[in-house]
Design a protein around this ligand. Sequence first.
Ligand SMILES: *[C@@H]1O[C@H](CO)[C@@H](O)[C@H](O)[C@H]1NC(C)=O
Ligand SMILES: *[C@@H]1O[C@H](CO)[C@@H](O)[C@H](O)[C@H]1NC(C)=O
Ligand SMILES: [Zn+2]
Length: 417
Amino acid sequence: MKGLILLIVLIGCGLVCGLESVRYENYKVYQVRIDTANQYKVLSNQEKQLKLSSWREARQLGEYSDIMVPPSSQEQFEQLLNNFKFEYTLKIANVQEIIDQQIPKQRSSSMDWTQYHTLEEIYDWLDVIEARYPNIVTPFTIGQSYENRTIRGIKISYKEGNPAVFIESNIHAREWITSATITYFIDELLVPRRPGLIDIANNIDWYIIPVLNVDGFSYSHEAERLWRKSRMPSDPTGECIGTDLNRNFDYLWMLTGASDDPCSEIYAGPSAESDPEISQMTAYIDNHIPDGSIKIYISLHSYGQYVLSPWGHTDQEFPEHYPQMMHVAEGFANALIRRYGTVFTYGSSATTLYQVSGSGKEWAYAVKNITIPYTIELRDKGQLGFLLPPEDILPVARELTDGFIGMINAAREANVL
Ligand SMILES: *[C@@H]1O[C@H](CO)[C@@H](O)[C@H](O)[C@H]1NC(C)=O
Ligand SMILES: *[C@@H]1O[C@H](CO)[C@@H](O)[C@H](O)[C@H]1NC(C)=O
Ligand SMILES: [Zn+2]
């Protein structure tokens, strides 16, 4: 009987009960300033050997990389930092301790944005709002994930003929703050309580997929909190699993800033759109959303507080609509900063240090002609990174909502809408 109860607990609660299979006992996170191109290379070269896990990479010289290091290589890692004269600080002394602190004492029975919710809880809530607001909310599914979970989205529309904004969130599994805050934004749109919100609810159609990487997200709840990729095995040996879905889009796939090593965190997949999450999402946009109606595409991520535009693959040229992209990003950042003083930096995502290709925003711009395509990286700047405490969900959600209002206003000024 005891065994049976234990078994039920094991199956039923996973990470929320602290029984996850991968633990990070005494893993540390260092914030390391990259001052020279050589320092950048030194770290990249040691990544495998020292089992470093990059939480965030510096985008330019003088910026910081956040690196998680297992206990077994911390001594060597610090030696390396000292030898090559890196400026660094220890940000998190014990990753597991932070994870444990954030396990809710009690699961709340409904969505209240005071704790991180599982995919099932988010989907239960979607059921509720779809039933309660049938005139405003149109549910859609783009299809099934590799592990056969349904990938759900909703369209929020108050009237015909509106221009549209498309938002995909939680494409990277561990970035829990993204689905936590976008669900709050959905809630705000359903019962808008102030003029700015009423305006963007009434006059814009919002297509939102709260959790695109449903398999990775579930896995990060149940087994491995810091999982990033999808769960499709690509490596014939079965040793390494998952594609970085934000490198899997079919535009300049694998050109730069992506890896063909299935074990890499930025593995681009065996081919462009190899993963069903991406092929079905792009097919959904192609086949079910009127051509030209999407004016803004947002890929919601954490962390670092950035609004990033194309190009990702080069810093030698800028897209035709770069001035509009920057004007609208400025509108977002200026509106967002007012509430709590949170500073977002904006610019194109390619810089001297690292570039990306095959990401959603590049595809949106180059293939779909969507004028304003962004990757938005929410809080923080590396204090707790992916382990942003649940108490921060509401503040981040409120400032993001302010940012979206500013973004829409700026897009009108730039004649994008
Ligand atoms: C998903 O469902 C299909 C059809 O039922 C099945 O063939 C496949 O094995 C399932 N995949 C996984 C990973 O469970
Ligand atoms: C995007 O614009 C290019 C160049 O103007 C055009 O060739 C292409 O057909 C457009 N694609 C879509 C999906 O509208
Ligand atoms: Zn991300």
